[in-house]
Write a protein that binds this ligand. Structure first.
Ligand code: CMP
Length: 141
């Protein structure tokens, strides 16, 4: 089994779509291993998205991710990282395949409802950003 990190973003939490998105992920075969609500500070969002620091949309991205609560979670499935990226669809909802989370629930390329890790290495780094391994083990041991 493999794990990945997803974040239901502030747009989807604020518009009351978090439950529907969570159900979509469970129906797609993911098991929730950890889950919380978080309100990111500017420093936390900046660090989380540091890889995009030079991109023109970085300021907008940090502002959006700190605009309200988000819902980070650790999801488990066989091939979790590529599987979740397929289930959520392309970054831009207009380009996302029919039936994907972003096609169904995202507003725009920036306000796009959900984040998913892009590699096993980043999944581990991003999970550590929100959850202590001891907490995950304490629940599932
Ligand atoms: P995500 O995959 O979570 O991580 C990087 C984020 O940057 C991406 O989702 C989008 O929300 C955001 N992003 C990418 N391209 C653009 C863009 N052109 N304008 C605004 N935001 C963007």
């Amino acid at each position: 089994m493999n794990r990945t990190l997803a974040i239901i973003k502030p747009d989807a939490v604020a518009s009351g779509k978090a439950g529907k998105i969570l159900a979509h992920l469970e129906n797609a075969g993911f098991t929730v291993r950890a889950l919380r609500l978080a309100r990111l500070t500017e420093a936390q969002a900046g660090e989380f998205y540091a890889v995009h620091a030079e991109r023109p949309f970085y300021g907008e991205l940090v502002e959006f991710m700190t605009s309200g609560p988000c819902m980070p979670m650790i999801l488990e499935a066989e091939g979790a990282v590529p599987k979740l990226r397929e289930v959520i669809g392309a970054t831009d909802p207009a380009e996302a395949a029919e039936g994907t989370v972003r096609r169904l629930y995202a507003e725009s390329k920036g306000r796009n409802a959900i984040h998913a890790s892009d590699s096993d290495e980043n999944a581990a780094r991003e999970a550590g950003f929100f959850f202590a391994e001891a907490d995950v083990l304490a629940i599932h041991a």
